[in-house]
Design a binder for this molecule. Structure first.
Ligand SMILES: C[S@@+](CC[C@H](N)C(=O)[O-])C[C@H]1O[C@@H](n2cnc3c(N)ncnc32)[C@H](O)[C@@H]1O
Length: 260
């Protein structure tokens, strides 16, 4: 795995010259290392998404990975549903990302089950879906467009469908927010990023990643029509929710082993 050193070293840009972050050709080769060292609990979240897919993916439906990057979620969705006829749709609007994603899925032996699309998720036609995942992507969508996108996800899900949404959040209480951000930076430091790298990355994301609060996300999900929302993960200011169109029933699960 190539080490993420994009914001490292004395040769790094001074803070005032740091450009907005982009998922470009500089990022692709180091993305796996970047996300593993920057998103607390990332590997655990991928495993949990596999659990959700095993439980809620229905035969004959589609499973969407919105903002797939290198296809980590798409791979988990395909692997967890080997026993049923589902098609995975993996979408990203970064060309270098999606090209690398297609190659990786080929090497991982699941390319035949994944429709890899270079597309803006705002234009993605979502339909006949039993599982939709957005793992740290909607935070990059303009805030004013988030409601409509969540409504389209809701409309595209079948009645027993589930939406897994992971986001970096801001906390409305200033002291709590500062506490989480401070300790999240400590987490990045423990993972080998220097203070300069942390500051430059923060600056680069300032105009690009606009976090909403957990309350905002919950309200948006309910407004779109989801009837049950559970927060199943939080570490520092990173959370994940699962939202259902209607409360799940034991008969929804093709994964009989998990039933009493
Ligand atoms: C933080 S990464 C997602 C990580 C990935 N889901 C995972 O779990 O490994 C965000 C991704 O969303 C993509 N993205 C951002 N805005 C997008 C949009 N409007 N349409 C499609 N992809 C988008 C970026 O190119 C990037 O690859």
């Amino acid at each position: 795995m190539n080490k993420d050193q994009i914001y490292a070293g004395n040769s790094g840009d001074p803070l005032e010259k740091v450009r907005d972050f982009a998922f470009d050709e500089r990022v692709v080769p180091v993305f796996q290392d970047m996300i593993s060292r920057s998103v607390p609990g990332y590997e655990t979240m991928l495993r949990a998404i596999g659990v959700f897919a095993m439980r809620y993916a229905q035969p004959g439906t589609r499973l969407y990975d919105l903002g797939t990057s290198l296809g980590a979620v798409a791979y988990v969705l395909a692997s967890a549903t080997e026993d049923r006829d589902c098609q995975v749709v993996a979408v990203d609007n970064s060309r270098p990302m999606i090209e690398s994603c297609a190659q990786r899925l080929q090497q991982q032996g699941v390319a035949g089950r994944v429709d890899v699309r270079h597309e803006n998720i705002e234009d993605t036609d979502i339909g006949n879906a039993s599982v939709v995942v957005s793992n740290f992507t909607l935070q990059f969508i303009e805030r004013s467009k988030r409601d409509e996108l969540v409504q389209r996800i809701h409309s595209g899900l079948n009645p027993s469908g589930a939406f897994v949404l992971s986001e970096k959040i801001r906390v409305p209480e200033e002291a709590d927010n500062a506490f989480l951000i401070d300790h999240y930076h400590g987490y990045k430091k423990v993972n080998g990023y220097s203070d300069e790298e942390i500051s430059r990355k923060r600056k680069a994301l300032e105009n690009v990643l606009q976090p909403d609060s957990l309350q905002d996300w919950r309200a948006r999900l309910y407004r779109a029509g989801f009837t049950e929302v559970h927060q199943w993960f939080q570490c520092f200011n990173f959370v994940s929710l699962i939202a259902f169109k209607r409360p799940p029933l034991p008969s929804d699960s093709p994964h009989k082993a998990s039933q009493p």
